[in-house]
Design a protein around this ligand. Structure first.
Ligand code: URA
Length: 238
């Protein structure tokens, strides 16, 4: 594989940016300085940037139980971000949250430096289902169910038919809603549109991933191989 592609695959920048890095004599291959972006990296050769050997097995996939009060962003001038919850040793160039949960929303959030996977999961038309447990201001009624399940026309989009059910054994203010899109404030807007209001929101599933019951808020763990395989199975075959 070409050296510039090797580095950009590892999220060190666009092809143009990594070419600049290579030309600045910061990269070695098998210990030898390499300034040619088109250099063919032999299989298994150690590639180092600024003297640090790059991990071959580089892609990371973290499943975070997002706590309330942190923003879903790479950095923020005022608030703590989900990235601040990642231990320094686990941070990789290009690590970012896939999708967005509001500051007050809790639950399942995927972080990865695999831009291809992240991009594909969010691609319009992919409609990876996302399930939220919502605590409502008012008890949920059958009248509210109809529009949620049929799809609601907002100014900017019409929601896909959702599935919604009261969580068994609760007082009808606890519902589980599954939606296909991930528009800004979507769940809150959907309940407002049917005359109710979300007072707390917790994401419990995204596609094949479910939030592990034993993962405390603010903690994360790497995806298990089976979870990653299930996620990759959603992507188009190349
Ligand atoms: N819908 C919302 O309203 N908020 C979220 O954080 C996620 C989905």
């Amino acid at each position: 594989m070409r050296l510039d592609r090797y580095l950009s695959n590892l999220q060190y920048g666009s092809r143009k940016e990594v070419r600049r890095i290579i030309k600045a004599a910061r990269v070695t291959v098998a210990g030898a300085l390499q300034r040619d972006p088109g250099f063919d990296v032999p299989k298994g050769a150690a590639v180092a940037l600024d003297g640090v050997v790059l991990d071959q097995d580089f892609a990371v996939y973290y499943l975070l139980n997002k706590p309330a009060g942190v923003v879903t962003a790479n950095r923020d001038d005022h608030d703590r971000t989900v990235m601040d919850l990642i231990a320094p040793g686990d941070v990789r160039p290009g690590l970012y949250p896939v999708g967005r949960l509001d500051k007050d929303t809790t639950g399942l959030l995927l972080l990865t430096n695999d831009g291809t996977l992240g991009h594909n999961l969010l691609a319009p038309g992919r409609h990876v289902p996302k399930t939220y447990r919502a605590t409502l201001a008012q008890p949920f009624t059958l009248v509210q169910r109809g529009p949620l399940e049929a799809g609601i026309a907002f100014k900017d989009f019409t929601s896909q038919p959702a599935t919604v059910a009261v969580v068994p054994g609760t007082d009808a203010r606890q519902v589980e809603l599954t939606i296909g899109e991930g528009k800004y404030h979507q769940v809150k807007r959907m309940f407002l549109a049917v005359g109710n209001e979300v007072v707390a929101l917790h994401r419990v599933a995204m596609g094949p991933l479910t939030l592990p019951a034993d993962l405390p808020a603010g903690q994360y763990r790497s995806l298990e191989p089976a979870e990653l395989a299930a996620l990759k199975a959603l992507l188009p075959k190349r």
